[in-house]
Design a binder for this molecule. Structure first.
Ligand code: GLU
Length: 302
């Protein structure tokens, strides 16, 4: 663990350019920058554009514009995930060599049909912390040669983590240091329960590294010591700790902050343009107004 006053602390704000930044992003970015400034540490911006289908250059440009308008400054060059695909690919190969990945061929529709049939018959299908059904585990034991031949023949697939094997191989206790809190007030040393996510995807043909894989590799490559982000990612930390353990990467300290409520009390979304930082700016708000708004929701900013 880093001493709170260490000048070597490294913070990062890591948005995905798939929509406009909203007040919740402003909160994350300001908290990271302020905490870095308070200890003389570094503040990095990372563009998480790993998913080509959802990332757009205009949203990336909007990120720079909105953060600069908020008065934030970050180190250059900015790391863009799309420029590091070979780096993620190497880690994926290491995991394959460890025998913890398998190709899953079921489409989303096929999984949905199975879940519906199971539930219609009165069964309970396990769900992940976001409420999505876990992927069926039947393909874990598919014949390797056959599976590779199917891939070579062009069959759609995703590389999935065999959660049981991964858990068994990960050395040491899987927990993390939480300075903020989870949705149920979890704080301090939190036990990671990655199995709640089932066999997560680590790579698809169209997005060679998943968010989970890219985020842990980048945090390690950039020497990030402190991950400060929204509570919506609290449970994902369990998967991140598992991957860090498998890949021999250091664990940063985590601080998950509360989410800014939307106008209707629901979660803010990037698709709701009214609550975007740019929309506030266009309506004449100042950066100080944004801080005041966040303080009004009870977030402590300095
Ligand atoms: N790129 C993620 C997002 O936009 C955040 C990643 C992180 O902070 O770990 O939601």
């Amino acid at each position: 663990m880093q001493s709170p006053l260490s000048k070597n602390r490294v913070f990062r704000f890591a948005p995905s350019p798939n929509g406009l930044l909203h007040l919740g992003h402003a909160l994350s970015a300001i908290l990271n920058r302020d905490m870095a400034a308070a200890c003389g540490g570094r503040f990095l911006l990372r563009i998480e554009d790993i998913d080509p289908a959802r990332s757009r250059p205009e949203f990336e440009a909007a990120i720079y514009r909105d953060l600069a308008w908020l008065g934030l400054d970050w180190e250059r060059p900015v790391r863009r995930q799309s420029e590091h695909l070979a780096f993620y690919g190497e880690a994926l190969e290491r995991l394959k060599a460890m025998g913890v990945l398998y190709p899953g061929f079921l489409s989303r529709g096929e999984v949905k049909a199975r879940v519906e049939a199971h539930e219609a018959a009165g069964g309970v299908w396990p769900r992940d912390p976001d409420g999505a059904p876990l992927y069926p585990t039947g393909e874990r034991t598919l014949d390797r040669e056959e599976a590779l031949a199917a891939i070579a023949a062009g069959r759609q697939h995703a590389w999935r983590l065999d959660m049981d094997k991964a858990r068994a191989l990960a050395p040491g206790a899987l927990d993390w240091s939480e300075a903020g809190e989870g949705p149920r007030g979890e704080t301090g040393t939190v036990a990671a329960e990655p199995e709640r996510w089932g066999d997560v995807i680590l790579s698809r043909p169209d997005a060679p590294a998943s968010y989970h894989l890219a985020v842990v590799l980048d945090d390690a490559a950039q020497g990030v010591t402190d991950v400060v982000r929204g509570q919506d990612l609290f449970h994902a930390t369990a998967v991140h700790r598992l991957l860090q353990s498998l890949l021999g990467l250091p664990a940063p300290a985590y601080r998950h902050h509360g989410l800014v409520p939307g106008p209707d009390g629901r979660k803010l979304s990037k698709s709701n343009e009214d609550t975007g930082i740019a929309a506030y700016r266009e309506r004449g708000a100042s950066p100080a107004d944004i801080r005041a708004l966040l303080a009004g929701y009870g977030f402590v900013l300095h």
